[in-house]
Design a protein around this ligand. Sequence first.
Ligand SMILES: C[S@@+](CC[C@H](N)C(=O)[O-])C[C@H]1O[C@@H](n2cnc3c(N)ncnc32)[C@H](O)[C@@H]1O
Length: 280
Amino acid sequence: MGVTDQDTKTFIDAIKGYSNYDFSEYSEKSLKRRIERILVENKVNLSGLILKLKKDKAFLEQTVKDITVNTTELFRDTEVWHDLRQTVISKLKDNDTIKIWHAGCSTGQEVYSLEILLNEMHLLNRCEIYASDLNEDVIDVAKKGEYKFRFNLSYLSNFDNVIKENQYNFTINKEVEYESYFTIDKKNDKIKIHDFLTEKPIYKKLDLVKRENLFNTKFDLIMCRNVLIYFNLNLQNKIIDFFHSQLNNEGFLVLGKHESLLGYPENKFSKKGKFYQKKG
Ligand SMILES: C[S@@+](CC[C@H](N)C(=O)[O-])C[C@H]1O[C@@H](n2cnc3c(N)ncnc32)[C@H](O)[C@@H]1O
């Protein structure tokens, strides 16, 4: 038998009771799937799981990490990066500093994609990059910037599509070596992002549910892609409100390809293509 609504509630209450994490406004569907997997992997039933959560702090922390979905890739949804260059970055390019927050950065591929794009636009040295996630394990991977090569072969075609090809004129190709940004070690099946990119971002563990900004600065661009889909509409809107308060006037909010500000007050952001700009 699958995980019931009551099981999900019991699980959420236990986590909330034994820690500072609150999953009560996560989307139930994906939460149920994760709980199901946690039960199978740990070979326990729900009461066994609750008991373990109560007794074992490290197990609770691991369970919280297991709830998160960390799928990401270099230049994920390539068309978004072309639009980002045209619509968002071209508007920020005259700022003295460009402050960017990746909220829900997972293992860092999105952070490095944007750094590469900014470097190609000769803007990287004027950028301050901040990145956060709930899951400390993915932040550790992000800081290292080391990924499996064969498993992630699509990174190369994504790179070519965004960095080398000119989608407005396909006869023009820019020659940019992969080695300008990462090393490919086929023998050891590794792709390693160069240090000048991995050393720049400030990474922090941060729970968006708490709506805190641990970076003590406001931002010109907040990237929060493929994170809000795991929350219910009420929490999504509270977090968007929080992002609004943490953006500079005319700053941009970038959501995932399948996410939008549905049901959010229209007077706070104007829509610029696929992106949202804080009204001044
Ligand atoms: C699917 S990944 C998205 C990664 C990247 N932004 C992208 O679009 O490729 C979602 C990330 O959101 C993080 N996340 C989930 N709940 C969170 C929360 N309450 N606070 C901060 N990050 C959270 C997960 O740990 C995960 O790394």
